[in-house]
Ligand binder design. Structure first.
Ligand SMILES: Cc1ncc(C[n+]2csc(CCOP(=O)(O)OP(=O)(O)O)c2C)c(N)n1
Ligand SMILES: [Mg+2]
Length: 408
């Protein structure tokens, strides 16, 4: 069976009878109530139709439905599995350190990826060096896979630079805060490399909330019509700040692709192996000239939207507890232990490495030099601008007023 026919079959299967019981959460609005009679209840019992290769208990799933995807990870060795585990543990440790640094006043803001490690490490490790990645502001795990030093991710959140890394150094674009706009950048880039005749692919990350943006619909249209080599990787973490996914869509998000004319697949976003397999499949389609794919990684944002958010104002603890049972790191650990692929020494060594990473990140952040106060005016326009000149002068006067007050 060719990849193309697999895609077509997946797409048909996804849109089939089981899809009605998946995805959308228990109806919270009148409109949703009318249409979601078959919608599964919210919580641990509501298993959506998705590609899964590793259960929450760490057991390998082998069945006819996922066999085609499983083939993409058939060559994964115990060493590779330990590597994926290490990636997830170190990413979570880095993320926890960044959250602590914000709480201690060292960062202005932090967007935690807690709970989304498998979606990011699985998809990130599926990319090839010459592929190009367009992230949002939460893709710290993907950055890790691309070889961006984690300390470089923190400058923008400390307010000392406008990005912190050279996008072309690792084919990893700067973080994009304008929701959904990077899907258009990715589509344009993909159209460009296709014209160049490159056999690489592009992957754009975005969230469930971003799926409502016009930019994303435009990116879907253009990429489909121009058969662009791009993978749209949607991390459905169930929330867009305080808005649940049912406020974004009446159908499971992966089904949106069908209307644009390309395949969409929902994968267990807490299963690193499934995310690796499905993303490899989608990137291979892109490289083979078969156009875009939408991957919906069904996962959960375990923490706050950012450190400025308080999720207890809009969601209950039970929901989080249900997802804790599906923790991406725990399930791979269970698998490694059951298969005797890792011993106590491995886990202990990783713990030491994690702590060293935490220390390194903390020291690097504290050592970041403050930028020149006037640098921001230099980066607004290439050739200067009268309004910017005026604002620079105003700011200079403001600064000088402090000097006068202190009599220095
Ligand atoms: C165009 C635009 N509108 C609104 C915002 C404010 N905003 C920042 S994050 C966010 C929610 C995004 O949710 P989602 O796409 O699900 O991504 P997640 O934060 O869950 O990873 C919004 C509305 C923005 N940054 N850009
Ligand atoms: Mg979201």
């Amino acid at each position: 069976m060719t990849v193309e026919s697999t895609a077509a079959r997946t797409s048909r299967r996804s849109a089939g009878s089981k899809a009605g019981t998946s995805g959308t959460k228990a109806a919270g609005t009148t409109g949703a109530k009318r249409t979601t009679r078959t919608t599964a209840k919210k919580g641990a019992g509501a298993e959506p139709q998705l590609v899964q290769l590793l259960t929450p208990e760490g057991k390998r799933v082998k069945n006819a439905e996922n066999a085609e995807y499983a083939a993409y990870v058939a060559d994964v060795t115990p060493d590779d599995l330990r590597g994926l585990y290490r990636d997830m543990v170190l990413t979570r440790r880095f993320d926890a350190e960044a959250t602590a640094l914000q709480r201690q006043g060292e960062l202005g803001l932090w967007a935690s990826l807690l709970g989304q490690e498998a979606a990011q490490i699985g998809s990130g490790r599926a990319t090839r060096e010459d592929d190009y990645v367009f992230p949002t502001y939460r893709e710290h795990g993907v950055a890790w896979c691309r070889g961006v030093d984690p300390t470089n991710l923190l400058g923008m959140f400390r307010g000392v630079n406008n990005g912190g890394w050279d996008p072309n150094g690792n084919n990893f674009h700067l973080y994009t805060i304008v929701i959904g706009s990077q899907t258009l950048h990715a589509t344009g880039y993909a159209m460009g490399i296709a014209k160049d005749g490159a056999d690489s692919a592009v992957i754009a990350y975005f969230g469930d909330g971003a799926s409502s943006q016009g930019d994303v619909a435009e990116a879907f249209t253009f990429s489909a019509v121009y058969n662009a080599p791009v993978v749209f990787f949607c991390q459905n973490n169930q929330w867009a700040i305080s808005e649940p996914t049912e406020k974004q869509t009446r159908v499971p998000l992966y089904q949106r692709a069908q209307g644009f004319g390309f395949p969409g697949v929902r994968v267990d976003g807490n299963d690193v192996l499934a995310c690796l397999a499905v993303t490899k499949w989608a990137l291979e389609r892109a490289r083979a000239g078969e156009g875009p794919t939408l991957v919906e990684a069904y996962t959960y944002r375990m923490g706050a939207h950012t450190t400025s958010d308080d999720p207890s104002r809009y969601r209950g603890d039970e929901e989080r507890q249900a997802w804790e049972a599906k923790d991406p790191i725990l399930r791979l650990r269970r698998h490694l232990e059951a298969a005797h692929h890792a011993d106590e020494g491995f886990f202990a060594e990783l713990e030491t490495e994690s702590e060293a990473l935490g220390r390194r990140v903390r020291e690097a952040v504290r050592a970041m030099p403050d930028p020149d106060h006037f640098a921001i005016f230099e980066n607004a326009y290439a050739d200067g601008h009268a309004l910017v000149d005026e604002e620079r002068a105003q700011f200079a006067a403001y600064q000088a007023s402090f000097t006068d007050a202190e009599g220095v």
